[in-house]
Write a protein that binds this ligand. Structure first.
Ligand code: GTP
Ligand code: SPV
Ligand code: MN
Length: 580
């Protein structure tokens, strides 16, 4: 027995009886254990050593070519009442789901080691943190969880004193897409994942726990579990505003979280608190306070370069795991957008040939401790979290949606979040570049009915005497020639600056039917290489297009029937009337 908590020991025994591993290892988070695991993975080919002179402590993992992204069609929320999962989730009856997946787990760890990973989502000493235990047969998962969560002995101690934890059972199985399921049982605080070793399918603390189960718990407990980055923006005067932003997968969270201010902005400094997940609690002061439940980044590699995200490039030269990237002749990790070097091997380990597609898989990732980021904010360890001044929604929209606008108030902001749509990306299997509704960037991650979720958002906001302002951005507008119209990346600070000016009452804004846009001259474009007519277009409200958009939003929300809050429909009608 490895724990003082009987219920934990018992669950571990039950899982071992089902999966029949050769050996059970409790993960303590220590350096020694990690070194031993890495040595073992280097020996069996799970990890490949990268150039240790240029990249000490860096390794490459090549996943099965059919296991390179989240699988939304195989992800289920299993609630006793189907309506609680909502039209936004795939649903299975809990008993049927257990039977189905336990059938796959039976005997699946024979010949393998079973790892027991106690982890804490959030600072160990924060009342807002939540713990879990993941059982897995993948050492790659263990090493990733060690970077992505506070894993090991301190987490186990917290679990033992609290007496409760989220149960996550994972096996890579045969990595067969036909025998793959990611199942959630929110009523039992249980996750079962079989048949994938990749990211959100396998690192159960991340999307499965910190979003799907946590959103369910947050609804019951009066807080919010969101797919958001958290960034601190410090002005030359020294004041720092914290902003939380929800963009769908591969739509710019990591980049915004660690942006480097443009040269035109001396004295500005950006602090990274989190890049993917944000838990927000109403504070006694009537504000929302946020923690990042993670301790590392599982970031998109392609497109990450010296010009776009220098902070990320700088943190990736040591102690990082790269998944599905290419390599150069001198064995450095490489992906499209990184450098002018040439790849010699692609992500599948084949000799690189342009005819085979990109060298790195479009969803290739890096895993790294957040402490290695130059812009890492010590506030990420603050058990109280950081106060949120603004919430930002945004997606990839080639047309219509302006660069930035602000919601009238919180309730309108909930509509703005619920109305989000974005082009699909390589972060999930399936078609890329198709616009779909993705409310609050939570379409793949909300653990319950979106109708109830919007109602919960309205309720949380109504209880705040000093709610964050709510904005919507779009870095991805394209010209007729198909080029991005806004420079993006570091220059996105200009948009954050306008938001802060709004928060502090310095910017008047321009009232439009869809919300408030920057008035003439309010957006700082000093030193920016952008034609005035392009900027104009980015900040124009196309009434005709918006009428059609609002109709589509109305139809989408109607799909949630009675569960869709009438207040949200009223907000939509208010905007529609303003447009007419
Ligand atoms: P997940 O980890 O999947 O949740 O993604 P994310 O939201 O953190 O996205 P990330 O910041 O990793 O960016 C994904 C892709 O979008 C990368 O290839 C970036 O280079 C690109 N990107 C990010 N910000 C911008 C921007 O402002 N403009 C443009 N054009 N591309 C951007
Ligand atoms: C996302 O897809 O939003 C990610 C990557 O952050 S994963 O961990 O695979 O969910
Ligand atoms: Mn994400």
């Amino acid at each position: 027995m490895a724990s003082r908590l009987e219920s934990l020991n018992q669950w571990v025994s039950e899982v071992a009886a089902l999966t029949t591993p050769d050996e059970i290892v409790w993960c303590d988070g220590s350096e020694q254990q990690s070194e031993a695991l890495k040595a073992q993975m280097l020996a069996n080919g799970d990890l490949l050593e990268l150039n240790q002179e240029t990249h000490p402590g860096c390794y490459l993992h090549r996943s099965d070519p059919k296991d390179v992204a989240r699988v939304e069609h195989l992800t289920f929320v299993c609630t006793s009442d189907k309506a609680d999962a909502g039209p936004n989730n795939h649903w299975m009856d809990p008993a049927a789901a257990h039977a189905k997946i336990d059938g796959l787990f039976a005997g699946c760890m024979r010949g393998r080691t079973m790892y027991v990973i106690p982890y804490c989502m959030g600072p160990i000493d924060s009342p807002f943190s939540r713990c879990g235990v993941e059982i897995t047969d993948s050492p790659y998962v263990v090493e990733n969880m060690r970077l992505m969560t506070r894993m090991g002995t301190p987490a186990l101690q917290r679990i033992e004193s609290e007496g409760s934890f989220v149960k996550g059972l994972h096996s890579i199985g045969e990595l067969d897409p036909e025998r793959r399921f990611i199942m959630h049982f929110p009523e039992e605080l249980t996750i079962k994942s079989y048949g994938s070793g990749y990211g959100g399918n396998a690192l159960l603390g991340k999307k499965c726990h910190a979003l799907r189960l946590a959103s369910w718990q947050a609804r019951d407990q009066g807080w919010l579990a969101e797919h958001m980055l958290i960034v601190g923006v410090q002005s030359p005067q020294g004041d720092t505003h914290y902003i939380a932003a929800a963009f769908p997968s591969a739509c710019g969270k990591t980049n915004l979280a660690m942006l480097i201010p443009p040269e035109t902005h001396p004295g500005w400094k950006v602090w990274t608190v989190g890049d993917d997940i944000c838990w927000m609690h109403p504070g006694k002061d009537g504000r929302l306070w946020a923690i990042n439940p993670e301790s590392g980044f599982f970031g998109v590699a392609p497109g990450t370069g010296e010009k776009t995200n220098p902070n990320a490039v700088a943190m990736l030269d040591r102690d990082a795991i790269f998944t599905n990237v290419g390599v150069t002749a001198d064995n450095q990790p490489w992906w499209e957008g990184l450098s002018d070097q040439q790849p010699v091997k692609d992500w599948q380990g084949r000799d690189y040939q342009p005819g085979n597609g990109p060298a790195a898989h479009p969803n290739a990732r890096f895993t790294v401790s957040m402490r290695q980021c130059n812009s890492f904010s010590p506030e990420a360890d603050n058990p109280a979290g950081v106060p949120i001044s603004a919430i930002v929604f945004g997606g990839r929209r080639a047309s219509l949606i302006p660069l930035v606008f602000e919601a009238r108030d919180w309730a309108h902001g909930v509509l703005v979040g619920a109305s989000m749509a974005s082009e699909t990306t390589a972060a999930a299997t399936g078609a890329v570049g198709v616009v779909r509704r993705d409310p609050m960037a939570m379409k793949p991650f909300c653990g319950y009915n979106f109708g109830d979720y919007w109602q919960h958002w309205l309720k949380v906001g109504a209880g705040l005497s000093n709610p964050p302002r709510v904005f919507h951005v779009n870095w991805f507008r394209k010209s007729a020639e198909g080029r991005f119209m806004w420079p993006g990346f570091g220059d996105n600070l200009r948009v954050l600056q306008w938001m802060i000016d709004r928060c502090d009452g310095r910017a008047q804004g321009r009232q439009e039917p869809i919300g408030v846009l920057p008035a003439e001259g309010e957006l700082n474009t000093e030193g920016l290489d952008i034609a005035p007519q392009v900027l104009d277009e980015l900040l124009t409200v196309d009434s005709e297009g918006w009428r059609a958009e609002l109709e589509a939003i109305g139809e989408y929300m109607a799909g949630f029937g009675e569960r869709c809050p009438p207040q949200l429909q009223a907000e939509r009608e208010r905007t529609e009337n303003a447009l007419n």
